[in-house]
Design a protein around this ligand. Sequence first.
Ligand SMILES: NC(=O)c1ccc[n+]([C@@H]2O[C@H](COP(=O)([O-])OP(=O)(O)OC[C@H]3O[C@@H](n4cnc5c(N)ncnc54)[C@H](OP(=O)(O)O)[C@@H]3O)[C@@H](O)[C@H]2O)c1
Length: 167
Amino acid sequence: MIIIAAVDRNWAIGKNNGLLVAIPEDQKLFRMETEGKTLIMGRKTFESLPGGMALPLRRTIVLTSKEDYEARGAEVAHSVEEVLDLISMTPTDQVVVAGGASIYRTFAEYCDEAHITKIDFEYDADTYMQNLDEDPEWSVTQVSDEKTYFNLIYEFVHYERKNAKKY
Ligand SMILES: NC(=O)c1ccc[n+]([C@@H]2O[C@H](COP(=O)([O-])OP(=O)(O)OC[C@H]3O[C@@H](n4cnc5c(N)ncnc54)[C@H](OP(=O)(O)O)[C@@H]3O)[C@@H](O)[C@H]2O)c1
């Protein structure tokens, strides 16, 4: 499985159930890296999507504890086991862990790749993912050139991890 996230200097990912910033090149990369694949996301992230519905050209699985939850264009799972059951026939390199923080934490052990957009700024935020640089299991395998969007500096960092748990 592959983690995809955009983080600031403190690994912040969101505020008020929204993203911290929208960088067009990052959005384009997200689309390229997720189209045709299966996305796992938490109920809060799902509800923050444009129109409150699944993104096109992707299979989406939404995790919630709400019994009768309906998610437009997506499948709903009520436990980690149910998610794993739904993806049991899907190859691991076709499954993207798309957040938020609770989902990154829960599924990290199944992930062997992470595509992190690192934004060189400290946002006022309320949601943070785990810092992969502080986790000895993860190592950086590729870093893009430094990029800019107006006065923001960011880069695409690719991480790998051995011994991901099988599902
Ligand atoms: N920067 C990025 O790349 C990025 C990516 C994605 C999201 N985000 C941001 O992250 C924030 C949302 O993250 P979050 O951690 O607050 O929320 P989240 O992970 O999107 O959703 C949390 C919800 O998922 C459900 N859930 C999680 N684990 C579950 C389990 N084991 N069993 C059943 N249900 C489970 C629960 O839904 P119920 O309450 O319905 O039970 C829980 O309240 C937003 O600000 C969003 O914009 C940022």
